[in-house]
Structures are given as structure tokens and as C-alpha cells.
Design a protein around this ligand. Structure first.
Ligand code: ATR
Length: 279
């Protein structure tokens, strides 16, 4: 019998994961179907029980359930627990086990596009302190030598994020204004806020005017494909990356986790580009 996988969220209608996943199953001979489930927050517990009862073997978790889902899982891996966020659930021996591969997917995408195997002593600017920033920051703290400035509109949230990486020796919290004024110091700038996402495509958390030679700017937004900040960065001579590769990596990592099969994420990126182009 065919396996069933899915994604839970609210809203979920615009998720591109069903397209990516079902296409990957067909291309890789995986006998499975992937379904998006729109769930009302008050029905979350019943939904998880229902998915288990009907034999859903794995599901992705997106906004607003990444933290809320945790009490209803049987086990949560230590990294996801530390981040207080789950993005992939796998059915293992009768149990739903939660994982978080968001930071890993982002890092893989970054290193691949930077042409590096690892991070070294780079000076990094992290824009934002929400859920996405949390996963990325946690992943960055494994590199003890990098310098990280967290810039956010609400400084308290940036301070709280810094506390999560208590053992990281070179993290500082700064304002968005300060980040803008010292932008030429950074080797890598990571945009994790929702600013600039369609339809607010003219907005940007900081104005890019003067970047360090060789700087790399990564925005986790993929719609539009080039946000204002990426456009300004490209025009300033920086290398840039949008969120498509991260999204493709997240889906590829989920399939690998659930089926043990490695799938081609470049193909997924082509499908993403086509889908976004036709909307
Ligand atoms: P996600 O889980 O997608 O990261 P989130 O947790 O709501 O979403 O976080 C959104 C991020 O975007 C936060 O860093 C938020 O800044 P605040 O902590 O100050 O709220 C940032 N953000 C969203 N809209 C913003 C705006 N108009 N100006 C500045 N920052 C904004």
C-alpha cells in the first residue's frame, strides 16, 4: 500500500511542498502521496492523533505549529527541543518523533552557494530574531570562531535569542540602524525576517549601499525570487542567494528521513522556479 506523508500549517494553501514532494516521489519511484493539511489551532491535538490513526508515516510542520506541536509528539530530538521548534515528524516504532532540520537545510544551501565546506572566522550579520532566525542562529553557534551580530527591531527578542547560544563567544546584539551603518564589515548577511516578502516587495529591513568586497547575502524569502535587499546587494557587487535552495533542501531532507532515499534537490528548485513564475 502507498505511504502517506504531509504538511500541517495554517494557512497552508500556498505551500509548495506538495508539488515538490509528489514530483520527487514520481521521479524516484517512491510509492507515496503527500498531502497538505490545513488545521485549526484548537484541533491540533486531534489532528495529530488522527494522522497517527490513519497511518501517516511522516509530516512537515510549518507556521504556526512548530512549537505548538511539541506537547503532542511522543519524542522530540534534543536539537529540536533546544530550539523549541519541530519542522519534521517521523513515525518510528509506533511513535511520532520530532526533529528540526531548518538550520541544517539553510547551512547546506549557504555553504554550497559560497563554495565552502565550512564557516571559519567570518563576520556575520543576522537580521531578525523570530522562529527562522532561531534555527539559523542555533546552527551558526556550532562555529565558535565566527562573529555574529544579531540585529532586530525589538532588541529584547534579539537578546533572548543570544541567550540561547550562551556558549557562543562572539555574539552581539545591535539595532537595525547600527547594522545598516556598519554593513561594510560583514562577510555574510542573513535576512530572516518577513520584510520584503510578496506582496510587500519594496520593503527591506536595512538599505544596502556599501558592502564589503566579496560579501555574501542570503535571504530566506523565495517569493519574490529577488527581494529588495537581494537586489540592492547584487547591484553592490555581492553574491546573493534566496530561500529556494533552503526550501528544496528541507523537502529533500524530509524525504531522506522518511524513506532513506536521497532525491535531487536541483530538480526541486527548477519546479519551484516554474511554479512561482506561473503564479
Ligand atoms: P518567523 O517564525 O517566520 O521567523 P516571526 O517569529 O514572527 O516569524 O519573526 C518575524 C521577524 O521579522 C522578527 O524578527 C520581527 O521583528 P520583531 O521581533 O521586532 O517583531 C521581524 N519583522 C517583521 N515585520 C517587521 C517590520 N515591519 N519591521 C522590522 N522587523 C520586522
Amino acid at each position: 500500500m502507498s505511504e502517506l506523508f504531509g504538511i500541517i500549517g495554517n494557512p497552508i494553501e500556498h505551500s509548495l511542498s506538495p508539488l515538490l514532494q509528489n514530483e520527487a516521489y514520481t521521479l524516484n519511484g517512491i510509492d507515496a502521496h503527500f498531502q497538505a493539511f490545513h488545521i485549526a489551532p484548537e484541533d491540533l491535538e486531534k489532528a495529530i492523533q488522527g494522522m497517527k490513526a490513519i497511518g501517516v508515516k511522516g509530516f512537515m510542520v510549518t507556521v504556526p505549529f512548530k512549537a505548538a506541536v511539541i506537547p503532542y509528539l511522543d519524542e522530540v530530538d534534543p536539537i529540536a527541543k533546544q530550539k523549541n521548534a519541530v519542522n519534521i515528524v517521523q513515525y518510528i516504532d509506533g511513535k511520532y518523533v520530532g526533529f528540526n532540520f531548518d538550520g541544517e537545510a539553510w547551512l547546506k544551501a549557504l555553504l554550497e552557494d559560497m563554495g565552502q565546506k565550512s564557516l571559519r572566522t567570518e563576520k556575520i550579520l543576522l537580521l531578525g530574531a523570530g522562529g527562522a532566525a532561531q534555527s539559523i542562529y542555533h546552527t551558526l553557534t556550532q562555529f565558535a570562531e565566527v562573529h555574529i551580530d544579531i540585529a532586530n527591531r525589538t532588541l529584547d527578542k534579539a537578546e533572548a535569542l543570544k541567550k540561547l547560544g550562551d556558549s557562543h563567544p562572539h555574539t552581539h546584539v545591535i539595532s537595525l540602524e547600527e547594522a545598516e551603518s556598519k554593513q561594510e564589515q560583514y562577510d555574510i548577511i542573513i535576512q530572516t525576517t518577513s520584510i520584503g516578502m510578496w506582496p510587500n516587495i519594496e520593503e527591506s529591513p536595512i538599505q544596502i549601499t556599501n558592502l564589503k568586497t566579496g560579501a555574501f547575502v542570503s535571504d530566506i524569502i523565495y517569493n519574490p525570487a529577488e527581494t529588495k535587499i537581494l537586489e540592492q546587494a547584487r547591484k553592490s557587487g555581492a553574491r546573493t542567494q534566496n530561500g529556494m535552495k533552503m526550501l528544496a533542501m528541507q523537502n529533500a531532507l524530509a524525504i531522506e528521513r522518511w524513506t532513506g532515499q536521497k532525491v535531487s534537490y536541483p530538480k526541486m528548485m527548477m519546479s519551484l522556479k516554474e511554479a512561482l513564475h506561473s503564479t
